[in-house]
Design a protein around this ligand. Structure first.
Ligand code: GLP
Length: 254
């Protein structure tokens, strides 16, 4: 695993955006796994900037988002499909037909999960999967416990996650949907490359658990250590506890 620690969140976002841009630029048909959350907003802003000011072209890119809330239509302002439109898709030239987000209002949610897995496979698998980390240690919405071989499925959201994500729902955790569709840990581990990004002191404890703690289905982010090509980008604050506890070599960026 390649762990990069930057002096500032801005440097972490910029390094992450460059890694994504590199995959888009150097593959004839890039397949990106995308994530949501506040961390990703800044990365998407930089990708939009690169699209506007350089030769970054998304015309042949296919994307698969990690997750979606159950019960929210793609047009719902709190849906992840809408988030993606607002932060990335509306501003770059990725064709709508190449965008995939699980459908949280599908009549048969289990069938939707199977369809999503099949669509990923048909696209040739995910080249680069972008990941954030939640307070419960989730990647995607793989709440504790999530088997390391789990696939795309319906999950019940942890109360901690509903509280963490309540900002978009009037700060009322009970307004956050109780269920979501998420790629499984096993689905995520099949991506050819993983890129996890975390910034800020709020993430320091869970980052330490993910990188230093025992491999554990109660902290699904520990699974990334099983992946042969995984990069973790942290700012100094998010790395602070892990650095004190770790004997690992750190690649520092200034
Ligand atoms: C949501 C998403 C996760 C993401 C997490 C972190 O829960 N389902 O994929 O990692 O948010 O969000 P933030 O970047 O806002 O801390």
């Amino acid at each position: 695993m390649n762990i990069i620690v930057t002096d500032s969140p801005e440097q972490a976002f910029s390094k992450a955006a460059d890694m994504i841009a590199c995959v888009v630029l150097h593959n004839p048909h890039p397949v990106l796994g995308l994530a949501t959350g506040r961390t990703m907003e800044r990365i998407y802003r930089l990708l939009v900037k690169q699209y506007e000011t350089s030769a970054l072209d998304f015309a042949t890119t296919t994307s698969f988002n990690l997750d979606e809330y159950v019960g929210l239509a793609p047009t719902d302002p709190n849906s992840y499909r809408h988030y993606m439109q607002e932060h990335l898709f509306a501003h770059v030239n990725i064709p709508t037909s190449q965008i995939h987000v699980p459908n949280g209002i599908a009549a048969d949610l289990d069938l939707e999960c199977d369809r999503y897995e099949a669509t990923i496979e048909k696209a040739g698998g995910i080249g680069l999967q972008l990941l954030g980390i939640g307070e419960t240690g989730h990647i995607g919405f793989n709440e504790p416990p999530s088997a390391f071989n789990s696939r795309t499925r319906v999950v019940h959201l942890d109360d901690i996650t509903r509280r963490q994500n309540s900002g978009m729902f009037g700060n009322d955790p009970t307004c956050v949907p109780a269920h979501a569709l998420t790629m499984g840990v096993g689905t995520i581990l099949e991506a050819r490359k993983l890129l996890l990004v975390a910034v800020g002191t709020g993430k320091a404890a869970i980052v330490d658990k993910a990188l230093n703690g025992p491999l554990n289905e109660n902290v699904s982010a520990t699974a990334i250590r099983l992946h042969p090509d995984c990069t973790v980008i942290l700012d100094d604050a998010a790395a602070s506890i892990w650095k004190n506890n770790s004997s690992n070599t750190i690649n520092s960026m200034s």
